[in-house]
Design a protein around this ligand. Structure first.
Ligand code: WTA
Length: 650
């Protein structure tokens, strides 16, 4: 093994975790050679109402695609997260909550969480929500967000959580796609000292003529701002409903392949797609990965800093840890507000054992200086995770040394909304670490690299990252558009699931994710389609054409760089530039607002009119020395003009 920048399993760690290297290899081998037997055994980790006899039926053939797991079993996800723990850990804390303002603290035991979920499940029923209905959740990071999700699961409704940073337009299109009848929200959210007008955004979204299905809006009182609108007959207070609802609600018996939730995510084309996850396989996979990837031990305090609006919040804040009976820490705000020492303070205050966060936060903290961690005791911290984007080795080392005091292994977990749980990741105590590498596959996962023609690349090399066989947490469909599911993931390379990522494999078989190879960019760990941002820009009356690319950004990983061609006669002013940034913010959300807007009199196009993005990416990255062959461009001179006026110069 190349020793350059290798962090071998430390002698203190070896033998103290669930698995060592040899055990990992043995289990992995078994999971590939005998998947039936492997998953038959591990499928038992969750509670089934009716046990499954059929383990799996899967094929990635695009003409005959099926993905089914544990498919004759029945279960309930909320039962698995709550009821089954009550006897042993009813009094154990399930959720520790800390407000944006640290003076606000709450805890809920498993018994209390169970009661809240049952009550709210009855509340949903009283509003006409039935099995199979889609319920939209647009909530701040408060325990009620988890209550709402689990209550849906309890009665067999499908939740669709929308991240609180999305704009009314984005809400409208998602609500409409899911034909949702009920929305659960709060008057306002609080994040980093700022108020987020959640209910006002919902009100605006519901004014859209496209949204015709919503009958009820359930509103949690979070800030109590009196100015928040209340629409008679449509809006109902959460607390009023809860007061009327009984705390007894049986968990509904669901089929393993019944939908559990939809979560919208960006792709390289069109509108965000509703990624559909089902119940049995997802629960097995989320709970199993949570246990092994974080080496989770009974009654440890586990803190995932992701928002519930993302898949990480679903699998590793709610379903995985709660299915394992963990004590989760939930934070309303951001871990570097009001200052860079907030993260350290929270680790010590709540005696956090496992921390799971994103590279963008690490880089932001790094920029503010390690002295903010001088006061960190951190003696409880044992395992640290990273997710959402490639972690650069420099940030990895900082995380390892400053936050983990060179004691805690880092699990750099690669996965996607589509995969439901971690697919490529180190396991603590089993995997020697290399900063920047997500290392090796989890059990049952068969990654491979292919060239652009789909030929498998053997040994060390670089290519498109694909998966050769199914795993239980895999998405089952795009909600309402199964064709798009097949087309997006299984047509590029026949018989394989295409991830959209590129990767390298080194001589030790370790994977290094190099980033997206499609037109998806990753801004602060948030996934965005450049096509969505472009279509928002061209919807502006002054814009003729737009092309959006990512460029390297010190903190965010990637920033958003927009090339904009204005309509004839429109003046290129700084004011208009600001207006366009605000425009995208309104159309999609603040997360999609371009960092840089360059005026482009023309865009580099082929003679057939296709925009050649590779040039635009290079100019945005300030790599103008090596643009490559431009002879296929209709008008190569547009490049010179774009280079001359580029905005991101070293
Ligand atoms: C990227 C987030 C490198 C990748 C769970 C993937 C990563 C996309 C890593 C999915 C990682 C996620 N190293 N890249 N450890 N984790 N990615 O759907 O490009 O929001 O395809 O899921 O994030 O983003 P999503």
């Amino acid at each position: 093994m190349s020793t350059q920048s290798l962090y071998p399993v430390s002698p203190e760690l070896a033998g103290s975790t669930k698995l060592n290297d040899e055990q990992y290899r043995k289990m992995y081998q078994e999971s590939i050679v005998n998947p039936e037997g492997f998953w038959r055994e591990h499928g038992q980790r969750i509670s089934w109402f009716k046990d499954f006899t059929k383990v799996r039926k899967t094929s990635f053939d695009d003409h005959n695609l099926f993905i089914k797991w544990f498919y004759d079993g029945t279960l309930n996800a909320s039962y698995n997260c709550l009821d089954r723990h009550l006897e042993k850990r009813g009094d154990q804390t399930a959720i520790i909550w800390e407000g944006d303002d640290a003076s606000e603290q709450r805890t809920l035991t498993y018994t209390e969480l169970h009661t809240e979920v049952c009550r709210f499940a009855n509340a949903l029923k009283s509003q006409g929500v039935r099995r199979g209905d889609v319920v939209t959740i647009y909530m701040p990071m408060v325990p009620e967000a988890a209550v709402a999700m689990l209550a849906c699961a309890r009665i067999g409704a499908i939740h669709s959580v929308i991240f609180g940073g999305f704009s009314p337009d984005s809400i409208a299109s998602r609500v409409n796609d899911g034909q949702s009848k009920v929305i659960i929200t709060a008057d306002e959210g609080v994040r980093g000292g700022r108020v987020i007008p959640l209910k006002a955004n919902i009100d605006t979204a519901l004014e859209s003529p496209d949204v015709t299905t919503i009958e009820k809006v359930i509103v949690l009182k979070r800030t109590g701002n009196e100015a928040v609108k209340h629409v008679e007959g449509r809006d109902i207070w959460w607390h009023d409903l809860m007061a009327l609802s009984s705390e007894h609600c049986e968990a509904r018996e669901m089929d393993a392949e019944d939908p559990l939730f939809i979560l919208y995510t960006s792709g390289s084309t069109g509108k965000p797609k509703g990624v559909l996850h089902t119940t049995g396989g997802y629960m097995v996979y989320a709970s199993m990965t949570h246990e092994y990837v974080f080496d989770y031990r009974d009654v440890e305090v586990y803190w995932c800093t992701a928002d519930v609006g993302w898949i990480t919040g679903h699998s590793y804040m709610v379903y995985g840890p709660l299915a394992n009976g963990a004590t989760i820490l939930m934070h309303e705000g951001v871990p570097n507000y009001p200052g860079p020492s907030r993260l350290a303070e929270m680790i010590d205050r709540h005696k956090v054992n496992i921390l799971y966060t994103a590279p963008t936060l690490i880089r932001a903290l790094m920029a503010q200086g390690k002295e903010h961690f001088d006061q960190l005791d951190g003696s409880t911290l044992r395992i640290m995770g990273s997710v959402g984007e490639p972690i650069n080795p420099e940030a990895w080392r900082w995380y390892y040394e400053v936050v983990g005091k060179s004691r805690c292994p880092i699990v750099d977990t690669w996965w996607q909304t589509e995969t439901g749980g971690c697919l490529i990741t180190p396991l603590p105590g089993a995997t020697d670490l290399k900063p920047g590498s997500a290392t090796r596959p989890f059990f049952g996962v068969q990654p491979a690299l292919v060239d652009n023609l789909g030929n498998l690349i053997e040994g060390p090399g670089e290519g498109n990252l694909v998966l050769l066989d199914s795993w239980p947490g895999q998405m089952r469909s795009v909600y309402g558009d199964h064709e798009r599911f097949v087309l997006t993931y299984f047509k590029t390379f026949r018989g394989m699931y295409f991830t959209g990522d590129g990767a390298k494999r080194d001589e030790d078989g370790y994977y290094w994710i190099t980033g997206r190879v499609d037109d998806v960019i990753n801004v602060s760990g948030h996934r965005l389609g450049t096509a969505e941002i472009e279509s928002a820009l061209v919807a502006h009356p002054d814009v003729a054409e737009a092309a959006v690319v990512g460029y390297p950004h010190d903190i965010k990983g990637q920033g958003i760089y927009a090339y904009v061609t204005l309509n004839q006669g429109v003046e290129q002013t700084e004011e208009l530039r600001q207006q366009l940034r605000q425009w995208v913010r309104n159309e999609i959300g603040a997360l999609a607002s371009p960092d840089l807007v360059q005026w482009a009199p023309g865009l580099p196009k082929t003679r057939s009119g296709k925009i050649m993005r590779r040039f635009l990416r290079k100019i945005a990255a300030d790599e103008v020395g090596a643009l490559g062959d431009s002879s296929t461009l209709a008008d190569p001179s547009v490049l010179d003009s774009l280079i001359d006026t580029r905005l991101n110069r070293a």
